[in-house]
Design a protein around this ligand. Structure first.
Ligand code: GCV
Length: 707
């Protein structure tokens, strides 16, 4: 029997290192185990056999060699032949079967799935990292190294991992001039001054990070796309990025502007039903595949926020998506057509108007009209990445259309990487939300993966704006969101606790106090952020026409953007009921309608999303709405202050660089939370005239409220 690791659970790891940490390595630090912990892997074979020659397999091999050297201090000997000797064997299942006919690899391994297995092969003790695709082998290597880095036992390992869905992509919002829309981690790693960067070291390192958590595609430019990305000369440049992605199994894709055939193609139209336009897309796509043979496809934002789209010619989103999809089809490419289509000039005076209805209204009637290589990409909620929203009803509204869920790793409305906000718990609430389609249990994760409506393709897309900052996102703790997105896209059934525990061990080591404190800070952070920025589902009460960061509740009203909370002197919240409101709730299946239609049933945390209620309305918690707003803001600000106290206990338990950096960030956040608290409490007091029962909020007369 093989014994690569002696322990059955975790083994004691070395204490956190005092070395300088820039965050560049993120969760792939591969920091050395203590000699004692390393000893438990002493029977790990030192010979490495790679069955195959592809660039991806070579990368997998190099990664394993690097990881073993850094974590265990061991040099793996790479051998082309599989002579009878203990070995780690990397390869796809057909090659493994040929080498070891007596082994019984899993029968139904999905593309990208992998198998980690200790086995005797020709009398030698081997560790097999097998997969259905080369890319799966890389995933297996990263999984193995992750286990070793966390000190987990790998003796007698026999583990099969299957991806939950084929689409596990990130979208970047990079502009060709090097700026990133909603980027908070420095300029683009792909573009500078209108060109692709000549040094793509960071792009390659990013692909490695993505691959390490199973992400298999990356759209490199902003959905607000510059048509110039499709100029022939630019495509040649873009191919250099594809070249550095390819060894990591990451497919490149591009956001495109639908008016490109006219703007850069010299046609007098971009009407998707005009044969000249179809021909233009066909030639353009052929050109792209000449440069990038494994090109993934296009992302389209059209008829949205000022972007041109098929409505210019009275055509539908399906017409537009299909003309491009047909050009991509022979090459195996896909189109992600974003459902983020809405009118941002809505009449705010009309209480029946509702931006939340837009995605369903626009796309539900087109169900079944999209080609099978089109994926309708749907933001998690019906508005726009607010701190809390219900799941978009469109997930349940497309039975004959492929779907992907769009989650925002970038903390646009959730603190812009300056406030701590670990988003995995939020994403899990949406992914686990039961849409009750046909009265069956149909969680969103199953729908987008194509399991409910038996769709050929679908999955998960994360908006991830990494930049040139050494630590990628501008804040070391925010990297848990990128990591967490990848882990959830691979397996949405993982718990937030498991994900953050793994991330913390890999990012900071296994010092027990650091582990306990960091995981607890992260797991609490979304609710804390919500408590001082977006009460009871009212939306993030930020400056929605400006920076999306500072408090600015008045900016939501009296304009056409539709992020209304309808706060007035009597009450607050959007009436989205079927009975008296905008009718939005009617877009959900009946079981979900029942949950939300009556305020008595509706969960407190979404009450103001669905209902307009008086400030004196009593919540399930027993508090009035107004008192909840006061209390949650004071509580939120207090809890951030407490984050600082907790963090200070970690001095000497994490490296000094990150200790000081994170401390400064939490101190800044504590100040900002007070700014938020006071701005929102004063605003809502001015509107309602109802004083805080605890007399913390100054009243009109300057006196404190009733005690
Ligand atoms: C990249 C929001 C953001 C925009 C973003 C848009 C979208 O409106 O503020 O920056 O565009 O969503 O997702 O298309």
């Amino acid at each position: 029997m093989l014994r690569f690791a002696l322990g059955t659970t975790f083994v004691f790891l070395m204490a956190a290192t005092a070395a300088a940490e820039t965050g560049a390595e993120a969760w792939l630090r591969y920091s050395a185990l203590s000699p004692q912990a390393a000893k438990t892997y002493q029977h790990l074979p030192r010979k490495l056999v790679r069955l195959g020659d592809s660039a991806v397999l070579k990368t997998a091999q190099q990664e394993l060699v690097l990881g073993a050297a850094q974590i265990l201090g061991e040099t793996l000997r790479v051998s082309e032949n599989s002579s009878p000797e203990d070995a780690i064997i990397l390869g796809t299942l057909p090659r493994i079967r040929a080498l070891a006919p007596a082994l019984h690899p899993p029968q139904n391994l999905e593309p990208d799935g992998y198998w980690l297995k200790t086995a005797k092969i020709h009398g030698s003790e081997c560790l097999v990292i097998g997969a259905s695709t080369d890319r799966g082998v890389i995933y297996g290597v990263f999984a193995l190294l992750g286990k070793i880095a966390r000190g987990e036992a790998i003796a007698d390992i026999d583990e099969v991992q299957q991806p939950f869905a084929p689409i596990r992509w990130v979208n970047q919002s990079d502009n060709l001039d090097g700026r990133i829309e909603r980027g908070y981690g420095g300029p683009s790693i792909f573009f500078a001054n209108g060109n692709v960067r000549s040094d793509l070291t960071r792009a390659s390192a990013y692909a490695r990070l993505l691959a390490s958590v199973g992400i298999n595609g990356c759209t490199i430019n902003n959905v607000n796309a510059a048509p110039g990305i499709l100029e022939d000369s630019f495509i040649a440049q873009v191919s250099h990025i594809a070249d550095v992605f390819r060894p990591w199994g990451v497919q490149l894709s591009l956001s495109v502007d639908l008016s490109s055939p006219k703007v850069i193609g010299g046609l007098d139209t971009f009407d998707p039903l005009d044969p000249r336009v179809a021909e233009w897309w066909r030639k353009k796509v052929d050109e792209i595949y000449r440069h990038v043979p494994d090109f993934g496809g296009f992302v389209v934002k059209a008829d949205s926020e000022g972007r041109l789209g098929p409505s210019t010619y009275g055509r539908t989103a399906a017409d537009a998506a299909n003309v491009i999809a047909r050009a991509l089809k022979p090459h195996g490419g896909v189109v992600f057509y974003r459902a983020f289509v809405y009118n941002h000039h809505l009449d705010w005076r009309d209480l029946k108007n509702d931006r939340a209805k837009a995605a369903y209204d626009n796309f539900h009637p087109l169900d079944g009209a999209f080609d099978d290589n089109v994926i309708v990409q749907i933001k998690n909620g019906p508005i726009d990445f607010q701190v809390r929203e219900p799941a978009s009803p469109l997930f349940a509204g497309l039975r004959r259309t492929n779907e992907s869920i769009e989650l925002q790793i970038t903390q646009e409305y959730t603190g812009q990487q300056r406030h701590l906000c670990f988003l995995v718990p939020m994403w899990k609430e949406v992914l686990d939300f039961d849409m009750r389609v046909d009265s069956n249990s149909t969680p969103v994760k199953d729908i987008v993966a194509g399991r409910v409506f038996h769709r050929p393709v679908g999955g998960f897309v994360g908006v991830a704006n990494v930049g040139m900052d050494a630590n990628w996102l501008g804040s070391p703790l925010s990297m848990a969101n990128l990591y967490g997105f990848g882990r959830l896209a691979w397996d949405p059934n993982l718990s937030a606790e498991k994900i953050i525990d793994d991330w913390t061990r890999l990012t900071f080591g296994a010092d027990p106090l650091a582990l306990k404190t960091i995981t607890s800070l992260q797991l609490n952070s979304w609710h804390v952020y919500e408590s001082y920025t977006g009460p009871l589902g009212a939306g993030t009460l930020t400056n929605i026409v400006g920076n999306h960061y500072d408090p600015g509740p008045e900016s939501s009203e009296e304009n056409g953007w539709g992020q209304w909370h309808r706060a007035d002197h009597q009450g607050i919240g959007m009436d989205r009921t079927i009975a008296t409101g905008t009718g939005y709730i009617g877009q959900y299946p009946p079981g979900v309608q029942e949950l939300y239609e009556s305020p008595a049933n509706c969960p407190d945390n979404l009450l103001l999303f669905f209902h307009h209620v008086p400030y004196t309305y009593t919540l399930h918690s027993g508090k009035t709405v107004i008192q909840h707003v006061y209390d949650s803001h004071y509580d939120g600000a207090d809890r951030v202050r407490d984050f600082i106290a907790q963090w200070k206990m970690l001095e000497g338990h994490v490296d000094d660089d990150r200790y000081r950096d994170i401390l400064a960030r939490l101190q800044y956040q504590a100040g900002e939370a007070i700014v938020w608290r006071d701005a929102i409490c004063n605003w809502i007091y001015r509107l309602s005239g109802i004083p805080d029962q605890k007399a913390r909020v100054p009243t009109a007369s300057g006196l404190q409220g009733n005690r």
